[in-house]
Write a protein that binds this ligand. Structure first.
Ligand SMILES: C[S@@+](CC[C@H](N)C(=O)[O-])C[C@H]1O[C@@H](n2cnc3c(N)ncnc32)[C@H](O)[C@@H]1O
Length: 203
């Protein structure tokens, strides 16, 4: 997938994103936030923060930086900052080339982004680089199946990835061997457990 195609897809989707992808993905966001157990004083990076649907769920006292490559998506996230602008920073930035120093964050999370960025390997490398040693990495994503009805649908949808703005064929095993994560925990989330919440420690 080309970044330009992804950016065009999210420019088109921005105004309707919350209506269509708000509820469908909400359980995964809530589970990730609960598992992250963010504590006051911690600094969290949310990669691909989109319209900021997760932002109201961070506890008081937690500093959050959210980045996204899509200005129209971030514009909607900014509207959610009422009363929280002092502890939440938003910036237009490419997840594959983060502008932060090494070891800048306690926890780094990417929800529904790994199968959207053109180079997920680069995104994970950058997430690890900016997360402090011993910090935590969280990924929520759909990973494709190798059998059953959903596997057939994913194969049919694969040629449309530029149009839909994500990669339907994205096997978990391929992602894990590419990402080289440590102390990995995986749990199913959302309808039919069709998405996964991955937690890893940054070693
Ligand atoms: C499916 S949305 C997920 C948004 C949000 N995390 C949520 O829970 O609804 C994917 C997001 O990834 C963003 N994105 C795509 N490529 C990116 C990149 N290279 N760097 C940063 N964000 C990117 C898109 O603009 C979009 O906002």
């Amino acid at each position: 997938m080309e970044q330009q195609a992804v950016t065009t897809a999210y420019k088109r989707l921005a105004s309707t994103y919350d209506r269509f992808f708000g509820p469908v993905f909400e359980q995964g966001r809530q589970r990730a936030l609960r598992k992250m157990g963010c504590q006051a004083g911690q600094h969290i990076l949310e990669v691909g923060v989109g319209t900021g649907l997760s932002l109201p769920q961070y506890p008081d006292g937690v500093r959050v930086t959210g980045i996204d490559v899509s200005e129209p998506m971030l514009e909607r996230a900014r509207r959610r900052l009422n009363g929280h602008a002092d502890r939440i920073d938003l910036a237009v930035m490419d997840a594959q080339d983060l502008e932060y120093e090494d070891d800048s964050f306690d926890k780094v999370v990417a929800m529904y982004v790994a199968s959207v960025v053109p180079d997920p390997d680069a995104m994970i490398r950058e997430m690890k680089r900016v997360c402090r040693p011993g910090g935590e990495l969280y990924i929520v994503n759909h990973f494709s199946r190798d059998r059953g009805m959903m596997a057939k649908l994913e194969r049919v949808a694969a040629p449309l990835s530029e149009l839909v703005g994500f990669r339907p064929l994205f096997p978990l095993q391929d992602f894990l061997s590419m990402a080289q994560l440590e102390e990995v925990e995986i749990e199913p989330v959302n309808a039919f457990g069709y998405w996964s919440l991955i937690r890893a420690v940054n070693r």
